[in-house]
Design a protein around this ligand. Sequence first.
Ligand code: ADP
Ligand code: MG
Length: 676
Amino acid sequence: MANPAELFGNNVFNMKAMREHLSEATVKSLNETIKTGKSLDANIADEVAEAMKEWAVSKGATHFTHWFQPLTGATAEKHDSFIVPDGEGGVVCKFSGAELIQGEPDASSFPSGGLRATFEARGYTGWDPSSPAFIKDNTLCIPTVFCGYHGEALDKKAPLLRSMNVLNEQICRLGKLFGVEAKQMAFATLGAEQEYFLIDTELYAARPDLQLTGRTLFGKEPAKHQQLDDHYFGAIKTRVIAFMEDLDATLWSLGVPSKTRHNEVCPAQFEIAPVFESLNLSVDHNMITMEVLRKTAERHDFVCLLHEKPYAGVNGSGKHNNWSVCGPDGKNWLSPGDNPHENAKFMTMICALIKAVDTHADILRSSVATAGNDHRLGANEAPPAIISVFLGDQLTDIIEQIEAGGAKSSKNGGHIHLGVDTLPTLPRGNTDRNRTSPFAFTGNKFEFRAVGSNQSCAGSNIVLNTIVAEALDEISTKLEEANAAGKDFNAALQDVLADIIKTHKRVLFNGDNYTAEWEAEAEKRGLPNVKKTPEALKAMTTEKAQKLFSKYGVLSEQELASRYEVYMEAYEMLIGIEAAASVDIAKTMVVPGAVQAIKELADVSGVTGKAVKALCAQISDHLEKTLAACDKTAAAKGWADQIAGMDELRAAVDTLESLVPADLWPMPRYEEMLFL
Ligand code: ADP
Ligand code: MG
């Protein structure tokens, strides 16, 4: 294996490549732009473009592309070669600053949710210098935002960057109140753990449902799957480790800091996790990771399934969104500090998160609402659709003390600070773990576990950044008012935090989120429990959501409305595709198999007894049910009836699978697909 340190970033126009290919002054100027978000000095664009091209061509690149993230949830690219005719029958390779900074892909086929009908059909891509260019498929990829003529966001990156700016502002404002010396911009950090399944290419090719919808629409539960927990963290099979080695090497060369790999709970399920990075970069890297997962799988005769629930009845795949904040002092603000002062800031952050998540649980839920994720949330391995926050015993104890009038002792710590510094010293390395909570504090970050494996992380982090910024805004406003009125800072802070806790503690839950008791308790507390995407997405259409996103300039009312439309339409379309595929597969594959089974049984009915006749009748009965459910599904109008039809159809088909001889069953079974 190649040395990771030598491999890392080989295909990235990173600091090292910049220093080699650019003048010192240009590196400095570009670095300023990257670090501070200051707009790019237009004078250096040509030099940077030329250097990028030289570097890329030296590595075999022939094309460049503006790489962006439209609302489809995937990434998009249109390649242009570097060639320019030289007038003598030959060509030279050129790449200008203008080409680097802005592109104009034909955008008419990307979903815009009506935005472009109102404005103009054009779409523009604009360079995001904070995410470095990289080479894949011999193409120089330039990360870009994708906007309409008037700057309206048609993608996921533009609002993500806006939300990062807003969070930066509010974090710095709070920092000022705590006397933090600002050395840099504050930014959210993200480490996205990615779960996925692998399946043999040959088996995949025999499952039209997987090919068309990413999940199995039929399939009887096998006798053995994950019950024995013998796959989780198990020794990795030879073929799979070869795939993983290839995967890591490719990711490292693309500058993706892939760190952890292991077998997941379900057989044929795995996880990859990176070292966390600045949010924008980490989101890009997760998008790259998903693509590299798929492509690397192909080279190893696998198909990588990123669907949230490829197989019913066993674990689905999520994406654990580990989120924190790196403050203007360069420190993690969700890490308990060394002194009471820092801990006061830490507890303020915790309270801001509680306030944000409780106030906007509906919007956070809407950010993970997809057809695929509906199968996962609330199943027995994934967090429920109820958004609650896990803090662990120790922090909960301190929260309760603050609510009661000021924290004086830490449950396990023993450090007591009285008087001015009313908050205790908190031991580091909070080891409490709760794997069932959708939003869990894990010692120095919050882990949002409801994100679907196939989703871009952008959506949930746009929401997280914005709702936390709003909470911080309100907290800082109160503290500033208290300051202006000459009130004692610590006393004012105590009051503000106690108020937040009183109002929002209903969102705190340390118990088992998978139980029916919690569902009942959550209902009593008035927490929303929205199970289906169409209802969850409605949270994007409320006045509360419009005010939130437009107040902070993250999404205008129109941009927000367009997103609702795009996601809702995608949902309805997908359910429609699933319904049509279900009917088609049932009629053209399952029914003929079952008819053949009846024929074979009928052939021997003269010489067999009652049991065989009964079996024949049973198959016939479920065949009738299958055909009736086909008609019902095909005739269904709208997603709710289509889902009801598909449920009925699946029940009939899965029963047939348990009755029809294996050699007549027209598709690979779960037991074949789940074990590699
Ligand atoms: P777990 O026990 O939940 O698996 P890990 O320490 O392995 O916890 O971290 C899981 C993910 O969280 C990794 O991708 C890691 O890089 C990320 N992570 C760690 N610290 C931070 C942070 N400060 N901000 C964002 N993500 C982080
Ligand atoms: Mg984790």
